[in-house]
Design a protein around this ligand. Structure first.
Ligand code: IMP
Length: 193
């Protein structure tokens, strides 16, 4: 069986990928290959950061791998927080999802345009070191209050188009069908087959 390293420490992302990609791809995590370094996401683009993460793992582990970089882009905030989604509330401190959500609510307090999208760019590096990129987006709206307990990040605030509940209320089943990452993962799978 092939082994593909998904360059993430985020268990939600790992489970999402495993639910979409077939078992025969043998998806393993960074923990499984004992990759313990933190890769600095210094690029100003999603593709650049995804490549930084994938390249660091490929060079150290020598196995085909892929990494995603994702974020939330809000129309009324000039597509912020964008690549800064993880550290929206504090550039230097640890990632704090609650504070990020509260900052987003505050910044949109007087705004009627609640439209936003999540975006993922996946960088895949094959066994020969060749890179490919896959993008996925899911469009929706930012809720006026946090709701739900599932998922992570901005899930308690994001209501996907066609629904009236947040990702955190809808849960994994629905999210894995609609999410930005699932769209990008399906494009990657199509390419691999
Ligand atoms: P990452 O760099 O790809 O891990 O994503 C950066 C940040 O974007 C995360 O820390 C979350 O705040 C946000 N984010 C990315 N994907 C999701 C998602 O599926 N749901 C909620 N928030 C997300």
């Amino acid at each position: 069986m092939a082994t593909w390293v998904f360059a993430t420490n985020n268990n939600h992302k790992l489970e999402e990928a495993r639910s979409i990609l077939p078992n025969r791809l043998g998806i393993v995590s960074l923990k499984d290959v004992s990759f313990l370094k933190e890769v600095d996401e210094t690029s100003s683009t999603f593709a650049g950061n995804a490549e930084l993460k994938a390249r660091a793992v490929f060079e150290e582990v020598g196995k085909p791998c892929f990494a995603d970089d994702s974020g939330l882009c809000v129309t009324a905030l000039n597509l912020e927080p964008g690549v800064r989604s993880a550290r929206y509330s504090s550039e230097t401190g640890p990632v704090d999802h609650l504070q990020n959500n509260l900052k987003l609510l505050k910044n949109l307090k007087h705004t009627d345009d609640r439209s936003a999208y999540f975006i993922t760019v996946i960088c895949l590096i094959d066994s020969e070191g060749q890179t490919s990129f896959y993008e996925g987006r899911v469009f929706g709206e930012i809720s006026r209050e946090m709701k739900g307990v599932h998922g992570f990040g901005y899930d308690p605030l994001f209501i996907p188009q066609g629904y009236d509940q947040t990702f955190a209320e809808l849960g994994e089943g629905v999210k894995n069908k609609l999410s930005h990452r699932s769209v990008a993962l399906r494009k990657m799978l199509e390419d691999l087959e």
